[in-house]
Design a protein around this ligand. Structure first.
Ligand code: CU
Length: 133
């Protein structure tokens, strides 16, 4: 085999491996995990609003230096109107998450969810997830 042909084969193989590396995350789109970070200044969920498909998992990560949490439990919130859970879905609550902690929830019921961080609800730490069918 000529040396130039060998070079072309190596390049084709490299492109093939690169394509595989790029494509593989998309293969898991249905069971995809979306990350929401929890920050201190200001206390916030980033991104504050997102839309996912039914079956998707959202993972909240506390990247701050203080306690945060994720709750749709109306008995925990100061303003019930800050919270929403679609009919047929149970409220969820991560409990207080120390710095560095993460917590995940898999959304199986479509609809609109609004959640708050109990220590920072008054500071506007309110998030929203819309789950499509
Ligand atoms: Cu918080």
């Amino acid at each position: 085999m000529k040396r130039s042909n060998l070079c072309i084969l190596v390049v084709i193989a490299a492109i093939g491996m690169l394509t595989l590396a790029i494509e593989s995350p998309r293969a898991n789109a249905a069971s995809k995990t979306v990350i929401v970070t929890m920050t201190d200044e200001p206390p916030a969920y980033v991104p504050p609003k997102l839309t996912v498909k039914r079956g998707a998992t959202v993972e909240w990560k506390n990247t701050g230096k203080t306690l945060h949490d994720v709750t749709t439990n109306p008995s925990m919130a100061q303003e019930k109107s800050d919270l929403a859970v679609p009919a047929g879905a149970k409220p969820f609550d991560s409990g207080f998450m120390p710095p560095g902690a993460s917590w995940s929830y898999t959304f199986t019921v479509p609809g609109r969810y609004r959640y708050v961080c109990i220590p920072h609800e008054k500071d506007g730490m309110i998030g929203e997830v819309t789950v499509t069918k």
